[in-house]
Design a protein around this ligand. Structure first.
Ligand code: NAP
Length: 285
């Protein structure tokens, strides 16, 4: 029987744990855990994601503050605000909402963001620590994938894992996390010749391309675990990269879209904030 992994339920469990830890902590500390989000320009999808994260944050007792800029803002002005937030006593974590306009360098913004407030785990220091196996604040989507694999009791050591995505926020850090756990990892992308050749060998397939139905039954090894990170808006609604109905027939476990990785990614951001907050109030190193 295929295990359809319920991301909403798992996210609910993670949020419950965060909420009870925060309740206990804030009863002793004189501060409210707060995430400051930098938002540049108007992007409808970002706004939807922001609302979902804000709702989840308030459910667990985390406050959200937004710092909005016009689309044509100068990079220097955004950096000034990042530096103010870095030193603010009221802000415990900072997120730079993506996408950002092309004239602004995400790398430069991230290099100015304090790693001690890096909720998404994507500053150079946090990514570097991941690389040397000193995992600290882990990028939210890769952390969500790990949580899902743990929840589904998937053995990573020695498994053939194939990731279809090589972005700095999903595929690259996820590849390192899986290598750190002794999986054998292949990373595929748009220039990969004959994608099927790789995906068919995967005990664990993780796909995050944003191309609807890119992965069909013919890409899948029977009995494998499929994690679909992709999100696309189509005429039929939101869907992932995987042709879910045909693939679910032959795998052992699969995440649906929506209701799979998405809610767990949001919960992972809150989990990271909890860690940063605990450090700030001296409850954890
Ligand atoms: N569920 C969640 O919580 C969550 C979180 C983050 C992102 N997402 C979703 O995940 C997807 C990827 O996000 P991202 O920010 O990583 O985007 P991205 O930077 O555009 O990455 C897309 C990746 O897919 C590869 N790709 C695209 N088309 C392909 C094809 N036909 N065959 C093989 N590889 C292909 C790209 O390769 P090239 O770079 O070589 O083109 C790239 O590595 C999006 O749908 C996004 O909405 C979901």
């Amino acid at each position: 029987m295929v295990h359809i992994i319920d991301g909403k339920k798992l996210a609910g469990e993670i949020k419950e744990r965060i909420s009870s830890e925060l309740k206990e902590l804030t009863s002793r500390c004189d501060s409210i855990p707060t995430i400051g989000t930098i938002i540049i320009g108007n992007n409808r999808e970002s706004e939807l994601f922001l609302r979902l994260r804000e709702r989840a944050s308030s459910e667990v007792g985390i406050k959200s503050e937004h710092y909005r800029f016009f689309e044509d803002v100068e990079e220097r002005e955004v950096i000034e605000v990042i530096e103010e937030l870095n030193s603010s006593e009221e802000i415990h974590g900072i997120i730079i909402q993506q996408p950002i306009p092309e004239h602004i360098s995400l790398h430069r913004l991230l290099s100015r963001l304090s790693p001690d407030k890096d909720v998404e785990g994507i500053t150079p220091r946090n990514l570097g620590r991941l690389m040397i196996g000193e995992e600290d604040i882990i990028p939210c989507t890769p952390l969500a994938v790990l949580r899902i694999l743990e929840h589904a009791n998937v053995q990573l050591k020695g498994a053939n894992a194939v990731i279809v995505n090589h972005s700095p926020i999903v595929g690259k850090p996820l590849a390192i996390l899986l290598l750190n756990r002794n999986a054998t990892v292949s990373v595929c992308h748009v220039f990969t010749r004959n994608l099927k050749e790789y995906t068919r060998k995967a005990d664990i397939l993780i796909t995050a391309t944003g191309v609807p139905r890119l992965i069909g039954r013919e890409h899948i090894k029977e009995g494998s675990v499929v994690i679909d990170v992709g999100i696309s808006k189509t005429e039929k609604g939101i869907c992932g990269d995987v042709a879910f109905d045909e693939v679910k027939e032959i795998v052992s476990a699969i995440t649906p879209v929506p209701g799979g990785v998405g809610p767990v990614t949001i919960a992972s951001a809150l989990e990271n904030l909890l860690k940063l907050y605990k450090r700030k109030v001296g409850e954890e190193k």
